[in-house]
Design a protein around this ligand. Structure first.
Ligand code: URA
Length: 189
């Protein structure tokens, strides 16, 4: 367990725990405010993220930024964004169970150091790994569960919203629920 994000990032950059290490351009560790109360977790880097080394920088990322902005959240200001796997799975396939398991320790250490009050899982892969194995996003999006000191909520993956824009209003509602939770006193340190 690393005691600082800087040390953790340094170690993660050299990770070779799974086969994705051999084909990556960059490890996509995470971005945002390291003291954020809200953390967002996606699935894994795509092509743009692999090239730039930052999560959610493609079209889906632009949509995510717009949704965050609508509730006054911003990766440069008050959220932290990471993924279940830090290296790009080829052809944007889902990360395998083995890849997720090899990588999840980095995210656990990030959560330990950042200590977010709320974790939002973006899409099925993140929600399955972090919340529960049989989660159905279409049914359970926007519902908050408390585990330990952290509130968890799953919502649609922004890339899924680009494919199915009819779900955008539901996703925006989830973000409004998130805003209400952020503004409740229970989230104060
Ligand atoms: N999709 C994800 O799940 N994560 C990213 O960083 C980019 C796209």
């Amino acid at each position: 367990m690393c005691r600082s994000l800087e040390e953790l990032r340094g170690n993660c950059k050299n990770c070779a725990k799974c086969g994705l290490a051999k084909i990556r351009n960059n490890v996509v560790f995470g971005v945002g405010n390291e003291k954020a109360r809200v953390m967002l977790v996606g699935e894994g880097p795509g092509e743009n993220e692999d090239l730039l080394g930052e999560p959610f920088v493609g079209r889906a990322g632009k949509l995510l930024d717009k949704m965050l902005e609508s509730i006054d959240l911003n990766r440069d200001k008050n959220v932290y964004i990471a993924n279940i796997v830090k290296c790009r799975p080829p052809n944007n396939r889902d990360p395998s169970e083995a890849e997720q398991e090899a990588c999840i320790g980095w995210l656990r250490n990030q959560v330990f150091l950042i200590k977010p009050r709320i974790i939002v899982c973006l899409g099925r892969v993140a929600a399955k790994k972090i919340m529960k194995n049989d989660i159905k996003i279409t049914k359970e999006h926007g519902i908050f569960y408390k585990k330990g000191k952290i509130l968890f909520m799953a919502t649609f993956h922004p890339a899924a919203l680009l494919r199915n824009p009819q779900n955008k209003p539901c996703a925006f509602e989830d973000f409004l629920k998130l805003e209400r939770r952020i503004n409740t006193k229970t989230l104060e340190y």
